[in-house]
Design a protein. Structure first.
Lengths: 170, 175
């Protein structure tokens, strides 16, 4: 009988200990999350002022030295691919407004950041590109500077041409 | 544990037999007998997680890359327990697994944020378990035992395009 009582007491103690056990893991489940990161190359053209693209030649000095507009505009790129930026003129000449005059577009040069100025033409010219898609290249702002240097013998008037900047993945 | 169960049974049988024997010896006396019904209610707790809106997060635009994609009711949960409970969430690893060559192996779990549908603030997912929700004993109708989670994923542009996967690990413990 004593043995039974002792056994029962021990069993009650064990049950009691079990009831006060530490928190225990009873179930684990997993769930998979999937991300589809599609290739993206995004670019926007930013301008510094309303007159960033207007070059006014009045003084002789302007004709002699040309007019430079440093950081007049910029291209902001956001990409998860390597990219290349090209620029070209829509056509080979500036066209005189409402008249038939024209000036070769090559009198206008452009440079990206601190690069060299390159003369514009109707064919695309690479002005900047990413390398190894570094962190800096994935969100990049490229400052654009322009220099116009027309011949002083050009007929007076207002001339314009469209410039086309293209950012493509490579 | 079997020994513990058998011993009370022997004890009860012994009591019943003793009572029967007493009745035969003296039929004129009034006798009574009692027995104890013992219920062993073991700890029970389980949960189900059901994908509700768990298709791949597809990033196609600058807005989605920069602002992220919010997914309400990514999954729903039902907890049933006879004890107070705690459900945690963690990432299975620090980085996503990339499918295909040339992809980033550094897309961190931290691009995921989560919250329960009753919360207003997202928390960043880590490999350390964080409390998703705790609750009281009860079934699915117990307030708080049925809920869903919302996810937000904002990878930015730092990772190459491709398909990435990561496991979310949910752990239920009793308190």
């Amino acid at each position: 009988m004593k043995l039974l009582v002792t056994t029962l007491l021990v069993s009650f103690l064990l049950i009691s200990l079990e009831a006060h056990a530490q928190p225990k893991v009873v179930q684990i489940a997993t769930e998979t999350i999937r991300l589809q990161l599609n290739p993206i190359v995004s670019s926007t053209l930013e301008t510094s002022s309303d007159t960033w693209n207007t070059f006014v030649f009045e003084a002789q000095d302007a004709y002699q030295r040309g007019i430079e507009k440093v950081n007049a505009s910029a291209i902001s790129i956001k990409s998860n691919l390597n990219w290349v930026v090209t620029v070209r003129a829509e056509e080979g000449y500036f066209r005189e407004t409402n008249k038939g005059g024209e000036i070769p577009v090559s009198i206008l040069s452009v440079r990206a950041n601190d690069g060299e100025y390159v003369r514009l033409g109707p064919d695309p010219i690479i002005i900047s590109q990413s390398s190894d898609l570094s962190v800096e290249d994935r969100i990049k702002k490229i400052a654009l500077s322009y220099k116009a240097h027309p011949d002083k013998l050009v007929h007076t008037g207002s001339y314009s041409v469209n410039l086309i900047f293209t950012v493509t993945s490579k | 544990m079997k020994i513990l169960l058998i011993v009370p049974i022997i004890f009860l049988l012994h009591g019943v037999c003793s009572a029967s024997y007493a009745q035969k010896v003296d039929a004129r006396s009034t006798t009574s007998a009692s027995s104890t019904a013992t219920l062993q209610l073991n700890t029970f707790a389980e949960f189900t997680v059901t994908p509700v809106n768990a298709s791949a997060f597809a990033f196609n635009s600058t807005t989605s890359y920069e602002s992220g994609i919010n997914r309400s009711s990514f999954s729903s949960f039902v907890v049933k327990s006879n004890m107070n409970w705690l459900l945690t969430i963690r990432a299975s690893g620090a980085f996503f697994a990339a499918s295909g060559g040339g992809l980033s192996n550094t897309l961190p779990a931290g691009v995921i944020s989560f919250k329960t549908n009753s919360e207003s603030t997202y928390r960043t997912l880590t490999t350390t378990a964080q409390t998703l929700r705790s609750g009281a004993a009860g079934g699915s109708s117990q307030p708080g035992n049925t809920f869903s989670i919302d996810l937000r994923v904002a990878p930015g542009y730092l990772y190459n395009g491709g398909l990435y996967t990561l496991d979310l690990v949910y752990t239920l413990t009793t308190q």
